[in-house]
Design a protein around this ligand. Sequence first.
Ligand SMILES: NC(=O)c1ccc[n+]([C@@H]2O[C@H](COP(=O)([O-])OP(=O)(O)OC[C@H]3O[C@@H](n4cnc5c(N)ncnc54)[C@H](O)[C@@H]3O)[C@@H](O)[C@H]2O)c1
Length: 327
Amino acid sequence: MKRSFVMHDHPLFRRDFLGHTGLAALAAAGLTKRTVSAAPASEKTWKPTSDRRIRFGIVGYGTCRFGAAFGFQDHPNVEVVAVSDLIPERCEGLMKACRCGKSYPSLERLVKDPAIEAVFVATDAPSHARHCMEVLKHDKHVMCAVPATYGSIEEGEQLLETVRRTGLKYMMAETSCFRADCYAMRKIYQAGGFGRVIYSEGEYYHYASRPIPSFKNWRVGSVPLWYPTHSTAYYVGVTGKRFTAVSCVGFNAGFPEYKPGANRYNNPFTDEVALFQTSEGGSSRMLMCKGIYGRVVETGRVFGQRGWMEGMQYHGQLDPQFRQVLA
Ligand SMILES: NC(=O)c1ccc[n+]([C@@H]2O[C@H](COP(=O)([O-])OP(=O)(O)OC[C@H]3O[C@@H](n4cnc5c(N)ncnc54)[C@H](O)[C@@H]3O)[C@@H](O)[C@H]2O)c1
């Protein structure tokens, strides 16, 4: 039997899903109507499962002030032991944002602090892999702002090898995975609501006729799909599976930073579109475009053998297993 659900109003699938519960209402409503916009369920207060406070270090308070963006400083199970940014004013800003009294002049100094168990790396993208390996080598878990590596397969392999050798936790903090639609897609995939995903699409449009400021100008002329994860989350973040082959085309919107010799990457493309083969024998079309006038959005869709989803609307075959997961 085919059903359609609209999920945008449901607490679990809103961005602030952590404070809410009550999927039973959605599942129950979905059993009786073809298209359902679920009513918000009752508020439920968050209950800690432990008193343990993980001792964190946070590094990087650049253009996006990303070190403080995940709210570790407000989490009851986290103690921000120390922070760092190479630029003293930014370091002070991060101390203030995290209400933290201790700082180090660099990540390389911070990782030597034996009181720290885990580090959030929010530094410039080209340094991520190197910085994460430095953290792991100092026997600390690491969470990293995206992307994991920046245009270097070799660094990716080194990072993987370091994670395996140390046995420590590594997390790439892809924010699209916690967008309401992507999160809902993951839950539905895990419940079997898509079956095998045959095709998926992911899009990161970020119109920028002039580059966003960045540490040592790493964003000037940057290669669009060296920053793929907001798009690829709509396959990898949904299924946990992998890409096995790719071909890609690029375009040029005519911005000055992408003219020959105008950037360190020798990159002429403002926009790139990739077609991937997936490890389950399907395909994915993923893009990153900076040149489409005025468009700034991260989105995607998933198409499987048992259903498909765009935005918060699921169309597909429901079975008892699926309903139990939502309950
Ligand atoms: N939605 C998302 O997931 C999202 C959004 C915005 C930014 N980001 C990512 O967050 C990261 C930070 O973005 P940004 O725009 O703030 O970067 P940025 O380039 O403006 O700033 C990077 C900061 O890192 C600091 N830094 C570099 N090396 C250091 C070291 N060894 N020790 C201490 N500090 C060091 C620099 O001084 C600088 O202040 C980037 O990788 C970006 O890709 C992700």
